[in-house]
Design a protein around this ligand. Structure first.
Ligand code: ATP
Ligand code: MG
Length: 363
């Protein structure tokens, strides 16, 4: 068996800083778990533009298509604000998502006990929370035609179209059911079938796909109620599947259940490859955080947990993913905090690399 392959794209800002800590974790798995990756590292975003005049070269794109998984840090920064739209750092990431056809965006909201006080909600509402929102990422109102601003009579009209094909709904629902099978076997599909045709179709297709997954308990909820339930009692959910727009809103709301941006991983999955695993890109939810870049202040946990997701979903190493998540839990329980995990008057934060070292030590 060849080693599993990984393309690492640290990117800009704090991306390289947090990725350096992930590299320590990867090395640990190589030494102690007999899990050695064929790692290639390359440029994406502003740093790729600086070197090649494009935020993502064709060679890097081709490599992303070849590997078992891509791990990305963050792209962008003020240095690139005035660049032409076509070469903006973010375009590198968008090209990856588009050409790899990553239609299912997984955003876990997991509350580590040690941080339950840090949530914007009451401790008992979030302690032990562990849910995943699956957001459709490649279609819906962000892409539907017709769109634009038109003249109508003597005023302008802004138009967007919510449009979903059967196959687009089917594939993302299937990803969500597969995920639910590996977890608590509970899936809640959210739309607004009461007022939207796309919602009516969504509900039908989700129900049909569900017939292939009799072990998963499927429920349906209007997305507005879903938003309310997410802040009222989020632990009633296991996996949530929803469209692009609702997923955008719901996953941001869910994110704040758990505290800092510096804690949140994500995975974007596409169709299964020859080995049966989905095409996949893993990245922290946060951006390049130019305000703290280069100062050793960045929290590496979001990126480290993104690698844990890779272990689970791309490399079938669920036990190792759990060990890594356990190590994160352990260092938090020891009281280690990067600056973002301390309140206004927080004292004695650890640095990015101290946090990474502690997690490796806990492993
Ligand atoms: P983007 O447009 O790329 O999403 P953004 O401006 O929305 O970027 P971030 O770059 O994620 O947002 O930064 C938002 C705030 O959160 C900043 O103040 C940043 O310092 C902080 N932040 C983001 N990621 C981390 C992290 N890993 N550790 C500590 N603080 C972080
Ligand atoms: Mg942002």
């Amino acid at each position: 068996m060849p080693n599993p392959s990984l393309l690492i794209l640290p990117g800009d800002g704090i991306g390289p800083e947090v990725m350096a800590e992930v590299r320590k974790v990867i090395d640990w798995f190589g030494t102690h778990r007999n899990l050695t990756f064929d790692v290639t590292e390359d440029l994406v975003g502003g740093c790729a533009y600086d070197k090649h005049g494009t935020p993502l070269t064709d060679e890097t794109m081709a490599q992303a298509q070849r590997v078992d998984a891509v791990l990305l840090g963050a792209v962008g920064g003020p240095k690139y604000d005035d660049l032409d739209f076509s070469v903006k750092p973010e375009r590198g990431l968008l090209r990856l998502r588009k050409e790899m056809d990553l239609f299912a965006n997984l955003r876990p909201a997991q509350c580590f006990d040690a941080l339950a006080d840090f949530s914007s909600l009451k401790k008992d509402v979030v302690a032990g929370l562990d849910i995943v929102i699956v957001r459709e990422l490649t279609s819906g109102i962000y892409f539907g035609e017709p769109r634009g601003i038109i003249e109508e009579g003597n005023e302008r009209v802004g138009i967007n179209t919510q449009r979903y094909t059967e196959s687009e709904i089917e594939r993302v629902c299937r990803s969500a059911f597969e995920l639910a099978m590996r977890r608590g076997k509970k899936l809640c599909s959210m739309e607004k079938a009461n007022v939207m045709e796309s919602g009516v179709l969504w509900r039908q297709i989700a129900t049909e796909v569900g017939k292939d997954y009799p072990d998963v308990e499927l429920s349906h909820m209007y997305a507005d109620n879903g938003a309310m339930q997410l802040v009222r009692n989020p632990k009633q959910f296991d996996v949530i599947v929803t469209d692009n727009l609702f997923g955008d809103l719901l996953s941001d709301a869910a994110a704040m259940l758990t505290g800092s941006l510096g804690m949140l991983p994500s995975a974007s999955l596409g169709a299964p490859m020859e080995n049966g695993r989905p095409k996949a890109l893993y990245e922290p939810v946060h951006g390049s955080a130019p305000d703290i870049a280069g100062q050793g202040k960045a929290n590496p946990i979001a990126c480290i947990l993104s690698f844990a997701m890779a272990l689970r979903y791309s490399f079938d190493r669920g036990d190792d993913a759990m060990a890594l998540e356990g190590a994160v839990e352990a260092v938090l329980a020891q009281g280690l905090r990067t600056a973002d995990l301390l309140g206004e008057d927080g004292k004695d934060p650890v640095t990015t690399s101290e946090m990474g070292d502690a997690i490796v030590a806990a492993l």
